[in-house]
Design a binder for this molecule. Structure first.
Ligand SMILES: Nc1ncnc2c1ncn2[C@@H]1O[C@H](COP(=O)(O)OP(=O)(O)OP(=O)(O)O)[C@@H](O)[C@H]1O
Ligand SMILES: [Mg+2]
Length: 1074
């Protein structure tokens, strides 16, 4: 199961099934996909046939168990797409056609499930496709591993480290247009979720000699050509370079600066982009290319011999550029390139070089600069790949190292490269053939040993202490005196004489001698014979760089150079280790790294020497075949020959042999694909059997026995060793793994459910606790608030009481608040209870003592306001009425008992309408203008007989009218006054002035509208003093000289009668009794 995959499992399975149906066509099943299934598995011919068959169908991959054999197709096959990656992701190894992605995926999944480290050893000779294979693996991880936006940067840097390293470390050789000239071991680090989080690269022995010399048909490192071809004009100008490789001596020795299949221009762009993504600063890039250009300029430095045959530099153009680019003064450069410092008797003396010597020193400098810059580059890339997170990582190592190579002339470099391949072969043998068979023996598994060639003897020949070639070489290098390449060869001959894998001209038999030069030695490598020319061995092994030139370079202003040539070299003055010894140690280190990890193998094969793709049956080729048949009567042989150009049987057979593939197949076939310690096996799969799950009480071996019985393993599918179980076929293990996968899901679901429950409970507890806590806090808060509120209330109440107690004291601290409250509360209450009308006298709230005065003022103000409002609201008519009423009030208020009853009765203009007055009377008095008329009862002056009369006031006089007759006219001028009692009767006595007896005397009248009538009379007469309120009795004139009396008294009932004393008695019921 891939961790963190975004797609759902079903969705992916569905897609894989569809894709598998599509891809598992007949074509994919050509030959046998896994050599383990080959019937004639011991036959090399059958093996090659199968490879060829598949190769011709562009099926370049075939398995031997879990080992992948890959044949270089020399063309793009379109099988490395994202879609292909998806197909291979998370699918069991043998379920799909063999592919490098399947291997990469299997390694990855094993790493994830077993949390251990792995490495993929990619081997094969130069040009077999190792680098390509390693790139595909990297591409697969970049495309298929779970990633985050954060990790995309790491992924890009991992991917882009390749073009940069290839530009600086690969070159065109005769074997390969993109041959790796350095060894590369790359660790890809994965976190526990399977995401690629970092990486680390180890580089091994760069072939520096290529910087200064290339064999015919070969080129220098790509970067030089890329810079010249692709570099922008401005950059080249700045570097002092011209866009013509022919101008640079270091680039043209192989006479093939331009190669049609290499696009230096576009490669330059890729490198440029990669450098920025790997986070090289602009300054780094500038200094890096300044160094590359310096190397080219160095190569062109011309030396001449002076009169004394010492080297001299005439032209200063190159020196000028070198000085500019490296930031070293020219004179220092000139001296450093033409002299060396010698220590003589504790003194340092400058000794001039000969031309040859100067060239040698210059080349040494170029190699050193380039070599050290390359190391700096690797370190810089490593810095950008470093993962700072210290959590545990698992790694997958990718080893892509220069392949075994044989040229016409092989030198020290080939010796190192081939030695390295010997070591890797040794490792392969150790880990597969040897240890595997030893393990069977140890475990007591029945086993028929498979013989194989163990190349340890060759490794020993090269590296053995004191006796190996490297030791002899070092000895010669360190030996004082005249040691040369030839003395070294002599030494070798002395020591190695008789060794079955070593031969020289001197040691060889007659026949072999013919194939060897005097300065050659031949090693019989596991991969074939290689003849090395000793010329240059000592020099290259010494890798000498004169001290004074080192000191000159240290002056450089170029930061990379400063870094590469530190003031204090790690080795100090002590003679540095030779190149071969260093290489030997680094290979030992590599072996150690690899031995600590689980191995996986990709064995790359080259189908032909001419870098030609397969698939011969094109129409062109058929034509070629037919014409060969027709015109040259070509035999079957020539046909085979024609094809062998593409799939060279002999060549492939040779590789199959030396790579030990047949032996590997035999061991695989006879052996067991999988083994595990009982304990480990049981621990992993115990969930598959109820007896062993969750705990097995017995020994692990018994547990495994019980487990596999439950799983139904057949007897020939496995063997029980002493400490391990051995499973013969991968399919058995896959079936178990599949079952485990299913079971794991079930278990995971169960664990998940439990865990969810646990988490749920935990969450519930947490929430409950939180709720309780919040509740407690809330309650506390509330209680505190309540307490504060109460304390406040107590304070307020206390203050209130104190204020109340001191309310009558002068304003002080004690009562000011209380009084303010009282004031405010009174005013508020008052506001709500104000009298609504001007007549409402009772509503005014009784004020508290302190508001007495204010209340009076307010009352007045309010009354005034009401009055004002009232006044504004009354009509002119009403106003007049009120004025009359006011007059009435002046006349009677407080004087006459029944006055208050009259207040609410409105006055009328008149009480008798004109129709009710006789026309005669009207005619008589109308000219005077009737002002008011009212019905009255007139009491005769004598006898007090009551008579109904009309009393009419005109402008001039008052008339007493009986129907059509005016009974009495009283001029206002003769009206002396009017008397009324203070009681509740309606009697009025008009006092009239009489001059003679003929004239009628005073009038005793009773009028229901007494107040109205009298008021009107006062108005008409304009005399408010007419009316007199009297008590007891009123005297009146019956006629001049004759008086009468009207007596008034209160009674329970209204009565009018003539009293015995001759007075008119008016008894009135008080207002109360009414
Ligand atoms: N899988 C492949 N598909 C297409 N072309 C391939 C493949 N593998 C290799 N080639 C071709 O073969 C050439 C050589 O391959 P590669 O550089 O990987 O060889 P190598 O084994 O690394 O050689 P060396 O040891 O010299 O570095 C590649 O440049 C490419 O053209
Ligand atoms: Mg390579």
């Amino acid at each position: 199961m891939y961790p963190m995959h975004t797609k759902s499992l079903e969705e992916r399975c569905q897609r894989i099934l569809q894709d598998m149906e599509g891809s598992l066509t007949a074509r994919d099943r050509v030959g046998i996909q896994d050599f383990v299934l080959l019937d004639t598995y011991t036959s090399e011919t059958a093996f090659i046939d199968n490879l060829r068959k598949r190769f011709n169908e562009n099926l370049i991959y075939t398995y031997i168990g879990t080992l992948l054999v890959s044949v270089n197709p020399y063309k793009e096959l379109g099988i490395y797409t994202k879609k292909q990656m998806d197909i291979y992701m998370g699918v069991n190894f043998f379920e799909l056609p063999p592919h490098i992605f399947a291997l990469a995926d299997n390694v990855y999944r094993t790493m994830i499930s077993e949390t251990n480290n792995h490495f993929i050893l990619i081997s094969g000779e130069s040009g077999a496709g190792k680098t390509e294979a390693s790139k595909k693996v990297l591409q697969f991880y970049a495309g298929s591993c779970p990633s985050t936006s954060l990790l995309e940067g790491v992924r890009d840097r991992l991917l882009l480290s390749n073009p940069v390293l290839e530009a600086f470390g690969n070159a065109k050789t005769l074997k390969n247009y993109n041959s790796s000239r350095f060894g590369k071991y790359m660790d890809i680090q994965f976190d526990h979720q399977g995401a690629a989080v970092g990486g680390h690269i180890l580089s091994y022995l760069l072939e520096k000699s290529r910087v200064v010399h290339q064999n015919h048909g070969e080129r220098n490192f790509h970067i030089f050509y890329q810079l010249i071809e692709g570099g922008e004009d401005e950059l080249l100008r700045w570097l002092g370079l011209e866009r013509n490789c022919q101008n640079y001596r270091y680039l043209i020795q192989g006479e093939c600066a331009k190669v049609s299949s290499i696009n230096d221009k576009s490669d330059w762009k890729t490198v440029q982009k990669a450098l920025t993504i790997i986070e090289f600063s602009e300054k780094d890039i500038e200094h890096l290319f300044a160094i590359i250009a310096s190397v080219l300029h160095l190569g062109n430095v011309p030396f001449e011999a002076n009169a004394m045959s010492y080297a001299r530099i005439n032209s200063s153009a190159e020196i000028h550029w070198l000085s500019k680019l490296l930031g070293i003064p020219s004179n220092m450069l000139l001296e450093g390139l033409t002299h060396r410092k010698i220590e003589a008797y504790a003194e340092e003396v400058l000794s001039p070089f000969t031309v040859e010597h100067a060239k040698y020193a210059r080349n040494a400098l170029a190699k050193a600069i380039y070599g050290r810059t390359f190391s700096w580059l690797v370190n810089k890339i490593n810095e950008s790949l470093v993962n700072k997170d210290s959590t545990r990582k698992t790694v997958i190592g990718l080893l892509d190292i220069y392949g075994f190579e044989v040229f016409d002339v092989n030198s020290f470099e080939q010796f190192c490269i081939n030695y390295c391949n010997e070591k890797l072969q040794q490792l392969f043998i150790e880990l597969t053939l040897k240890s595997e068979q030893e393990e069977y023996e140890m475990e007591g598994i029945e086993w028929e040993a498979v013989p194989y060639f163990n190349n340890k003897i060759i490794c020993d020949l090269v590296e053995e202490k004191h006796r190996g070639i490297i030791s002899v070489l070092d000895e010669e290098c360190l030996r004082p005196g005249e040691a040369t390449d030839f003395t070294f060869l002599e030494k070798l001959e002395g020591k190695m004489s008789g060794h079955p894998h070593f031969v020289t001209h001197k040691l060889a038999d007659q026949k072999t001698r013919k194939t060897l030069e005097r300065g050659d030695f031949r090693l019989l490598h596991y991969a074939g014979e290689v003849t090395y020319s000793v010329v240059g061995f000592l020099d290259k092994n010494n890798d000498l760089l004169y001290r004074n030139i080192k000191e000159v370079v240290r002056q450089s202003k170029n930061t990379i150079i400063q870094h590469c040539f530190p003031a204090i070299e790690p080795d100090g003055k002590k003679r540095p280790e030779t190149v071969a010894t260093q290489f030997k140690s680094s290979l030992a280190g590599l072996t150690e790294i690899l031995m600590s990890k689980e191995p996986w193998y990709v064995r790359c094969l080259k189908p032909n020497h001419c870098k030609q793709p397969g698939k011969p049956f094109t129409s062109h080729l058929w034509l070629a075949v037919l014409s060969a048949e027709c015109f040259t009567r070509a035999s079957d042989l020539s046909l085979t020959h024609l094809f062998s150009g593409l799939f060279d049987d002999v060549m492939v057979r040779h590789q199959v042999k030396y790579l030990g593939l047949m032996e590997h197949l035999r061991v695989r076939r006879a052996g067991f694909a999988y083994r595990r310690r009982y304990k480990v096996f049981l621990k992993r799969y115990k969930a598959l059997c109820p007896d062993t799950w969750p705990h097995w009480k017995g020994t692990p071996a018994e547990g495994v026995q019980r487990l596999i019985k439950h799983l139904g393993y057949k007897p020939d599918e496995y063997k029980m060793g002493r400490t391990k179980i051995f499973i013969r076929h991968p399919r058995t293990l896959f079936a178990t793994e599949d079952a485990f996968e299913v079971c794991k899901h079930e278990l995971a679901t169960r664990i998940q459910a439990k865990y969810k429950g646990y988490r749920g409970r935990e969450e519930y507890q947490r929430q409950r606790e939180a709720a309780t806590k919040i509740e407690t806090c809330w309650r506390g808060l509330q209680a505190r608030k309540e307490r504060e509120r109460r304390a406040w209330a107590v304070k307020v109440i206390k203050k209130f009481i104190k204020g109340f107690m001191n309310r009558n004291q002068p304003v002080s601290m004690d009562n000011s608040e209380y009084l303010a409250f009282v004031r405010q509360s009174y005013l508020t209450r008052l506001k709500e209870n104000l009298p609504k009308s001007v007549f409402d006298k009772s509503t005014w709230l009784t004020p508290p003592p302190i508001m007495q005065e204010a209340s009076v003022h307010l009352h007045k103000l309010h009354t005034r306001l009401l009055v004002w409002k009232y006044v504004r609201g009354i009509t002119a008519q009403r106003k007049t009425q009120l004025q009359i009423k006011a007059l009435t009030s002046d006349l009677f208020k407080g004087k006459k008992e029944n006055y208050p009853l009259s207040v609410c009765q409105p006055f009328a203009d008149t009480r008798i309408s004109e129709q009710d007055i006789s026309i005669k009377v009207l005619q008589m008095i109308c000219p005077e203008g009737i002002k008011y008329s009212v019905p009255v009862i007139k009491y005769d002056r004598n006898g007090f007989q009551p008579r109904f009369r009309q009393l009419i006031f005109t402008q001039a006089a008052a008339y007493l009218v009986e129907d059509a007759k005016v009974k009495q006219r009283v001029n206002y001028s003769s009206l002396k006054g009017v008397s009324v009692s203070n009681l509740s009767d309606n009697f009025l006595i008009l006092h009239v002035a009489c001059e003679d007896t003929k004239q009628k005397g005073d009038l005793v009248l009773q009028c229901n509208y007494l107040f109205e009538a009298l008021t009107k009379m006062c108005v008409v007469t304009k005399n408010n003093n007419l009316v007199k309120v009297v008590q007891g009795s009123v005297r009146f004139d019956i006629q001049p000289g004759k008086e009468g009396f009207v007596d008034f008294k209160s009674s329970s009932e209204f009565m009018v009668y003539r009293a015995k004393n001759g007075h008119l008695m008016v008894e009135s019921a008080g207002t109360k009794s009414r």
